[in-house]
Design a protein around this ligand. Structure first.
Ligand SMILES: [Zn+2]
Length: 342
């Protein structure tokens, strides 16, 4: 049972009230991706008293995250802590009365259904459209709303998607943008306050929805350029005339796709991800000892990282491998073979 008084400044708001606060306590929210957007959303939702938070991220903390990703500190980067773990530890200290689960995992068509079981709302903190289209399919199929958010340079946008009630992401963008056509924060930069603003939009709409005020949720898409203070709300109503195949006939290609390859280029991140065939064979300690002569090795309970300049190879305990420093899948595979073996 949560201590109600800690949320007093929130539930005395007539929009929320004690009933709204109690609803928040019964809710389960998944925050997918714990970069700038996800860490701000997770922070606000934990402090607001959302009773169950599921934090999902595939990456670990690096020094260049700290400019905007408010849940992390220098020590987390030094220890190469997975973001999901660092975020859970931090938020558990902020609010010990809520339940916080974390998953150091990649979200794909094989993992999403198991990961998101029992979730009432999904908050988007991802940085790529492949994952967002997958979340969108999941949302339509299981009728779980989600809140799209994106930010790059000084701009951002946010849109609350009610499955089968209003236009979804695929109604808005029939196809994911072509690979390489999108600017990414890695390439063109990101102003931290814009990510905080967009995540605050997302968290506000999440609180409205979870507190039982779905009728107050903003149905328009919000676009912001914070540098030039341009704010724009775009009605999605016209898109209702031409729904996507997911909204029209329950066609979910992103959810149904099989992973044809075990190697995935992480676009705009200058990294390739490889799934190990037999993750159960993995012995991180043994591997660390073997790799020590080949480069600087760091090991924690969640991952092993080896620096092989100009590359960096990270092996997660569930067998997922991330090669940073290249987008060439063949180069990544050969580094994998050279350092990790088959
Ligand atoms: Zn649609």
């Amino acid at each position: 049972m949560q201590e109600f008084s800690r949320y007093e400044r929130q539930w005395i708001l007539k929009e929320i009230g004690r009933e709204g606060q109690a609803r928040l306590a019964r809710s389960k929210v998944a925050v997918m991706g714990l970069g700038a957007l996800g860490s701000v959303s997770a922070n606000l939702l934990a402090r607001a008293g959302v009773g169950n938070l599921l934090l999902i991220d595939r990456d670990f903390v690096e020094l260049n995250n700290l400019q905007r990703q408010i849940l992390y500190e220098e020590q987390d980067a030094r220890e190469n802590l997975p973001k999901a773990v660092a975020a859970r530890e931090k938020l558990s200290r902020v609010n010990s009365e809520i339940r916080i689960e974390s998953e150091v995992a990649d979200i794909n068509s094989e993992t999403i259904e198991e990961l998101l079981k029992g979730v009432h709302l999904i908050v988007d903190g991802t940085d790529n459209f492949e994952t967002r289209f997958l979340i969108n399919d999941y949302s339509l199929k299981f009728r779980i709303p989600w809140i799209y958010g994106g930010a790059v340079r000084t701009e951002g946008m946010s849109y609350f998607i009610f499955p089968h009630e209003g236009p979804c992401l695929r109604c808005l963008f029939p196809e994911p943008p072509a690979v390489g056509s999108q600017q990414t924060c890695d390439q063109v930069g990101i102003l931290a306050p814009v990510t905080h603003l967009i995540a605050s939009f997302q968290a506000t709409e999440a609180i409205k929805y979870l507190a039982g005020c779905a009728e107050d949720v903003e149905r328009r898409l919000w676009k912001v350029d914070l540098w030039s203070r341009r704010f724009r709300a775009v009605s999605m109503e016209p898109l209702k005339k031409n729904p996507c195949s997911g909204c029209r006939q329950e066609d979910y290609p992103y959810l149904n796709q099989t992973l044809s390859t075990r190697t995935v280029k992480l676009c705009g991140r200058n990294a390739v991800q490889i799934y190990r065939k037999n993750p159960e064979d993995l012995d991180l300690r043994g591997l660390a000892a073997r790799l020590l002569p080949k480069g600087a090795v760091t090991l924690n309970p969640y991952l092993l990282k080896v620096s092989a300049q100009p590359y960096e190879i990270t092996v997660f305990s569930n067998g997922r491998v991330m090669v940073k420093g290249t987008e060439d899948e063949n180069k990544a595979k050969s580094l994998y073979a050279q350092y990790i073996g088959t």
